[in-house]
Design a protein around this ligand. Sequence first.
Ligand SMILES: [Zn+2]
Length: 382
Amino acid sequence: MRLITCLILLHFFILAACAPAPAATPAGIAEREVANTPTATPLPLPSPTLPPSPTATPARVAQAAPPPVSDTIAEEAPPAPTTTPSAPPTPTPRPPGTPPRVGIQIGHLRSHELPEEQAHLRTSTGARWNGITEAQVNEAIAVRVRDILVAAGVEVDLLPATVPPAYDADAFVAIHADGSTEGARGWKIATPWRASAASRALMEAVAATYGVITGLPEDRNGITINMRGYYAFNYRRHSHAIARTTPAIIVETGFLTNAADREIIVARPDLAARGIAEGILRYLKQRDPNDGAALLPPEWPILYTSAETAVRAGPADTARLVARVPADSRVFVFNREGDWYEAMVRAGDTRYVGWVRVDQTRPATANDNPAPPPAEPPATNP
Ligand SMILES: [Zn+2]
């Protein structure tokens, strides 16, 4: 769609991964054998010691912007669920009266400390503008989100780029800011590819408050594979990621490269924080804490196209055509609406994200080559 985050890229691997999403992901992304099974084992949650938040209010920024540096990094495609998924993990029961626990992640903070499994993201330092780093902006907002939540009785883990293994919480919210050379502006929020009902509810709650409180416009068509493939969502691939049952979103609070957006995300981090925190509180209030099913991401079998099939930008025959793919293209489903699957469709070495008709797919058969396994879209760190 738009090369929002494909700006100045640090090396060719990054460049290769930063396709004009979501139309097609790059060819040649290696795939791997299924390596691990998702678990939701709760682990001790270290509260990372963060450096003090910036003492000075970030300076108002001048007009002449140097080219921002993007941090979009894609990983090789992780394994998709197999045809025989393991038993769904049971969401961790929380004793009655336990305060809700929420992880607020400061995007890119101390990314150089990422563990070996995410070593390729250590150089992912985020967008920049005029000497201001994205991590500084993210942190100024995140500490204020924490303060609001704590005042409301929520336990908060303020997390750097490194997520505790199988991070198990009532919500995980990654805070980021964007960069663009194309004048883009506005905020957007995304869930993981295969989003639980709880992740969707969390996204809707924050979306309902952030725009109203900040007055910033929504970047409606800006959500890309780079957000939904966020590395911290990828529990199938990484131990340092959310637990499968942790409701999760990534918030792009606005564009560092846009003066009007900076008026909020740089100059008024309190407003941006309130926009996020009030949405989280709304979600926590509305949810049914006993509804474990809402926490489980949907599982879909491996499917193939049964004929030449249109991949469309929405769940309708009139929606924009993304691509035509041949019969027997692999279909990685992450959502269904009516007669349509939202999916990543792999045709040859090209992957398309969009919608295909349910009746133009078929189950895998013995004739379908089982290797390589179907791939999720690449995991990224926008
Ligand atoms: Zn970022």
